[in-house]
Design a protein around this ligand. Sequence first.
Ligand SMILES: Nc1ncnc2c1ncn2[C@@H]1O[C@H](COP(=O)(O)OP(=O)(O)OP(=O)(O)O)[C@@H](O)[C@H]1O
Ligand SMILES: [Mg+2]
Length: 307
Amino acid sequence: MSTAINIAQVHKYYGNLYALKGITLQIERGEFFGLLGPNGAGKSTLINIMAGLTRANGGRVSILDHDVAKHYRFARRCLGVVPQELVFDPFFTVREVLRIQAGYFGLGPENYAWIDELIDALMLSDKADTNMRALSGGMKRRVLIGQALVHKPEVVVLDEPTAGVDVELRKSLWAFIERLHNEGHTIVLTTHYLEEAEALCDRIAILNHGQVIALDTKEALLARDIGGKRSLHVTLARPLDPIPSALRSIVKKELGYEIVFELNNESVSILDVVDSLRQAGATILDLQTEKTDLEDIFIDLIQGKAS
Ligand SMILES: Nc1ncnc2c1ncn2[C@@H]1O[C@H](COP(=O)(O)OP(=O)(O)OP(=O)(O)O)[C@@H](O)[C@H]1O
Ligand SMILES: [Mg+2]
């Protein structure tokens, strides 16, 4: 068995809103998988179906071969889910919340050492005996991550775990999630920070309007042709006025000494730009091209342009 999560033809309606239009995806064991897409694409709906919190109207989902609808308890035991929404009982302390959660899986004091390890790894040691209501938003999110991991699930699904989390904490959360991945956990992550998905994920699915519009390795996605577009940043010794007419149509941004051109393979080359600028009497101090990143690919896919 090498498939961690098997999603086959999953459909979901909320009334007459068609939220998932037949999703089919396999996530392999040990993968670091990214689930990306704009607001409302259906990511959380899919995750809630995996977690058995929402029922699909059609299709099936299994976690390590346990069907989430038919064998809910087995499937649930293999899975740790960090939900997008922060929901807590405010009257329990961090340690109590984690112990109660472990209790749902039939785990008692034999699991306390692991809970302490989690508290430590999530940098919550000095808040372990603080009531949930007295934690900041980022700290609450760390407790949610702890809750998902109390039973050491093989498959960990994180729905925007870093939303609203400061830069430093985000970095330490990523280090922790990477550690889990290195220890053999399968990780599924949704995030709106595309540079994070680019840094962490092996494979990425992009959802839009309830459909998978791209599913590929990160490398293959980044190698996609998005019309040969790239940016050329030019720094000049003096502002150039006017910009040569041959170049005006490709100016993306102009800030005095700095001009950003958008190049398209078919029309104007870097050399054409340099020649035109020189002929216009400009002195070029610096030239930089910007390579495609996941954000460019994402935007093109969402707008339906990429191949
Ligand atoms: N409980 C619900 N009842 C009715 N409609 C819902 C419910 N939950 C989600 N939806 C709708 O389903 C669609 C998908 O929502 P979902 O939360 O899955 O999106 P998402 O990809 O997680 O977005 P985000 O990036 O904003 O978290 C949206 O149109 C949303 O309004
Ligand atoms: Mg969501």
